[in-house]
Design a protein around this ligand. Structure first.
Ligand code: ADP
Ligand code: MG
Length: 435
């Protein structure tokens, strides 16, 4: 068998220069090479493109990649390794450019072709494939767009159905790829593309034991926030937790808080890059031996920390990015026990976030796209979200809190591309907004 693991690793080295596959890649490639339609769920940046690039090279015919945005197509085309000839068709091309690409296609000079979902509704285009065996594989990138949960994102994606792909393109095998891991969306996509339940490759690890929560103090005064932290630490479940990390933005905060905790009979140490190296390793050691209950730290703490029974991670300040947040809360509950992650959210940040929402720095389109995937009514504008947040300041609310948390964290940075990271962590979230 030519597609042995060993040969695929050799091919990977030859085409991409990489030494090994990442989680889920080899599995996905082998499924596709054996002609099985596959649903691939990997977090953003995990390397989904590779999972069609290698099959495109190995399979006899062409690989058609359906992509929702021209910018994505251009980017993916640019990143094809030289060994894999590719092209794209989009509405902004001149007729000459398009016919040049079509000619290459019909002369078997392309291995990968990027197209928009609308292109599949064009019978002149699809007639090239029907009845021919030109096509080996159809890839649906950002496949969550097929689900009704994202209907205001791209209507023509919703028309993608296995029956249509088989009839119009003679598609033999479908590879659907996404980073969105909500089971409802996956179910929709797999149903529409007729991918059997057994053909799901999901390399993102669920952390079902993490409970995320957030509270908004409505007070940004230093000692007021400190009191909120104390209240939190004195109440259930935190009061019983033996091992806690509190993350702060500033070194000075960590020193003040750890002193305050010690004054209140909670064993704590501050940890940041200005603490001498030997003291830092001592603190880490004592924390690991459960001789210190709380480490109050900046981002400097946690890398290479191997402590499995951290019961809580508290954020005294908003993390810099969602990635950082996911990484930091991911340190809780590695022993698999139910663990708590709380974010203290101050008023100043809250208002800053609200103004950011209206500023041009935020990609409203992308925010809406994300929201429409998660909210059942599907049409929340970020303006509506704003008023939801405003309302929530005065009452408890029960909308998808994990999304709120994602957005709150995300908008602080004005970035949207990591929104997909959060579904990796299954959250049972409680939000307590109080004035
Ligand atoms: P995704 O589509 O899942 O967000 P990409 O396919 O764009 O991710 O890949 C992200 C990055 O990871 C790319 O720079 C890619 O070259 C790199 N990459 C993918 N697979 C591997 C691998 N096996 N080894 C090293 N780097 C890889
Ligand atoms: Mg991608």
């Amino acid at each position: 068998n030519e597609a042995s693991d060993e040969n695929l690793v050799k091919l990977l080295k030859l085409t991409h220069g990489y030494d090994s596959f990442r989680d889920g890649q080899l599995e996905a490639i082998k499924m596709v090479l054996s002609g099985k339609s596959t649903m691939l769920v990997l977090p953003t940046g995990a390397g989904k493109s590779l999972c069609y690039q290698l099959p495109a090279l190995v399979l006899p015919g062409i690989t058609l990649v359906v992509s929702p945005l021209v910018a994505l197509m251009i980017d993916q085309l640019k990143h094809l390794p030289p060994a894999i000839p590719g092209g794209l068709l989009c509405s902004s091309q001149t007729p000459e450019e398009a016919s040049e690409t079509l000619e290459l296609l019909q002369n078997h000079a392309l291995k990968v072709l990027f197209v928009s979902p609308e292109r599949l509704l064009n019978t002149e285009f699809t007639s090239i494939f029907s009845g021919s065996s030109l096509l080996s594989l159809v890839v649906i990138d950002e496949a969550h767009c097929v689900s009704e949960w994202s209907h205001n994102f791209r209507p023509s994606y919703m028309r993608l159905r296995a029956s249509m792909l088989h009839a119009k393109l003679d598609a033999k095998c479908i590879l659907a790829m996404t980073a969105t891991a909500t089971s409802k969306t996956l179910h929709d996509v797999m149903h529409a593309l007729e991918i059997p339940a057994g053909n799901l490759i999901h390399a993102a690890k669920m952390r079902e034991n993490l409970q995320l929560s957030l509270s908004m103090t409505g007070r940004s005064l230093y000692n007021a926030r400190m009191k909120d932290l104390m209240t939190l630490l004195k109440s259930s479940p935190f009061v019983e937790i033996k091992s806690i990390i509190i993350y702060c933005k500033f070194q000075s905060e960590t020193d003040i808080i750890s002193k305050y905790l010690c004054d209140n009979n909670i064993s704590a140490k501050s940890y940041h890059s200005s603490v001498p190296a030997k003291d830092r390793s001592r603190i880490q050691e004592l924390f690991c031996l459960n001789k210190i209950r709380v480490v109050v730290a900046t981002v400097a703490f946690g890398m290479g920390l191997d402590k499995r029974d951290i019961g809580a991670v508290i954020h005294y300040s908003l993390p810099e990015s969602l990635e950082e947040y996911v990484q930091e809360i991911g340190r809780a509950g590695r022993d698999g026990r139910f663990s708590y992650c709380h974010l203290l959210f101050d008023e100043a940040t809250y208002f800053k976030m609200r103004s950011l929402m209206h500023s041009e720095g935020v990609d409203e389109y992308a925010v809406n796209k994300f929201l429409s995937q998660v909210f059942s009514n599907g049409t929340n504008s970020s303006g509506e979200i704003c008023s939801l947040i405003k309302e929530s300041a005065s009452r408890k609310f029960d909308i998808k809190e994990e999304v709120m948390l994602t957005i709150l964290t995300q908008l602080e940075l004005g970035e949207v591309q990591y929104l997909n990271l959060l579904p990796q962590i299954k959250v049972t979230c409680t939000l307590n907004f109080h004035q």
